[in-house]
Design a protein around this ligand. Structure first.
Ligand SMILES: NC(=O)c1ccc[n+]([C@@H]2O[C@H](COP(=O)([O-])OP(=O)(O)OC[C@H]3O[C@@H](n4cnc5c(N)ncnc54)[C@H](OP(=O)(O)O)[C@@H]3O)[C@@H](O)[C@H]2O)c1
Length: 280
C-alpha cells in the first residue's frame, strides 16, 4: 500500500513532502532494507548526515529502490569539524562520493557552533555548491534567529529550512513564529521525542483513543497541523506506514492546544541548547 504525502513549497521553490524518514542509526544492509521499505510505503524525503555515517547506505537504497532518483529527496548535513569554507567545499564533494550520488536535494549545516563562529563561511560554500548544481536547496539545523539573520546579512542568501528539535515536550512556539515571519520552513527532528516518556503521556493517549489512532499518529498529525515537516525514524515497515497514515483525520483546536501545552522549559531531550551546545 502506498500512502500519498502532501507537499509544501520551500522559499526557493523546492517541494518537500510533509513527512520524511529519519535515518539516525539506520546503517548497513538492514538500514538499506529499512529505507527501501519506507520508499515502498510512500516516503520520498530521506534525512541523513555526514555524521550518521550512513550516506553510503542512503545511496545504495536510492539505487536499489524501484522509485526513480528524481522522485526522491535526499538530505545530508555538514558537520561542525568541517565548518570552514575550504573544508565545507570538500566535505560536500565527499558526501556525494560516499552516497555515490550526483546531487543532494537538501544540504544543511548541522549545528551553528557559535563559539567556533565559522558558520557564515561554511554557508558561502553551500551557496556555491547550489550554484554549481551539487545541491538543490540549502538550509540549516539548530540555528537561532540571530544566526540566520547573520547569514542573510553577510551573504544575501537565507536558508530554505531550519531543522530543529520539536516535539510535544518542546514545541518551539517562538522559533516557529520567527520562521513563519521570515518565510523559512520548519523541519522537526526527534518528532516523536524518541518514543520515550511521550508514549506514556495520558493526555496524548486520551486523544489517540478518541480518534482510534496511535500515539505516534496523533503526534505526527500535530506536527503537520503546526505546519512543520517531520522526519520520524523507524526501522520497522509497519511503524513506517503507521507514521505516514495521518491524512484521514484532524485534531481540533482544543486538542492541538492540549498537546502544545505539554511543553516545558526543560523539555529538550538532551539539553542541547544551540546558543551553547556544540557538535563536531
Ligand atoms: N539535525 C539534528 O541535529 C538532528 C538531531 C537528531 C535527529 N535528527 C534527525 O531526526 C530524525 C528523527 O529523530 P530521532 O531518530 O532522534 O527520533 P524520533 O524519530 O523521534 O524517534 C525514533 C524512535 O521512535 C521509534 N518509533 C518510530 N515510530 C514509532 C511508532 N509508530 N510507534 C512506536 N515507536 C516508534 C523508533 O523505533 P523503531 O525504529 O524500532 O521503530 C525509534 O526508537 C533522526 O533519525 C535524524 O534523521 C536530526
Amino acid at each position: 500500500m502506498v500512502q500519498l504525502i502532501p507537499e509544501i513549497t520551500l522559499n526557493d521553490g523546492l517541494k518537500l513532502p510533509v513527512i520524511g524518514l529519519g535515518t539516525y542509526k539506520l546503517k548497513g544492509k538492514e538500514g538499506v532494507n529499512s529505507i527501501i521499505s519506507a520508499v515502498e510505503s510512500g516516503y520520498r524525503l530521506i534525512d541523513s548526515a555526514y555524521n550518521y555515517e550512513n550516506e553510503g547506505t542512503i545511496g545504495e537504497a536510492v539505487r536499489r529502490s524501484a522509485v526513480p532518483r528524481e522522485e526522491l529527496l535526499i538530505t545530508s548535513k555538514l558537520p561542525g569539524r568541517y565548518q570552514t569554507y575550504e573544508k565545507a567545499v570538500t566535505t560536500i564533494q565527499e558526501s556525494l562520493y560516499r552516497a555515490n550520488l550526483d546531487y543532494y536535494d537538501l544540504y544543511l549545516i548541522h549545528w551553528p557552533n557559535p563559539k567556533q563562529d565559522t558558520y557564515v563561511e561554511a554557508w558561502q560554500a553551500l551557496i556555491e555548491a547550489k550554484k554549481s548544481g551539487l545541491i538543490r536547496s540549502i538550509g540549516v539545523c539548530n540555528f537561532l534567529p540571530e544566526h540566520m539573520e547573520r547569514l542573510e546579512k553577510e551573504t544575501g542568501a537565507k536558508p530554505s529550512i531550519n531543522q530543529i528539535e520539536l516535539h510535544p515536550f518542546f514545541n518551539q512556539a517562538t522559533q516557529r513564529k520567527w520562521h513563519e515571519e521570515n518565510n523559512i520552513s520548519t523541519e522537526s527532528w526527534s518528532p516523536l521525542a524518541r518514543a520515550n516518556q511521550v508514549f506514556q503521556n495520558d493526555t496524548i493517549q486520551k486523544i489517540a483513543d478518541d480518534h482510534n489512532k496511535s500515539i505516534s499518529q496523533i503526534i505526527l498529525r500535530w506536527h503537520y497541523q503546526l505546519g512543520a515537516i517531520s522526519i520520524p525514524k523507524s526501522s520497522s515497515p509497519a511503524r513506517q506506514l503507521e507514521n505516514i497514515s495521518i491524512f484521514d483525520f484532524s485534531l481540533n483546536d482544543t486538542e492541538m492546544s492540549m498537546i502544545s501545552g505539554l511543553t516545558r522549559p526543560d523539555g529538550r531531550i538532551n539539553n542541547q541548547d544551540p546558543a551553547f551546545y556544540e557538535e563536531f
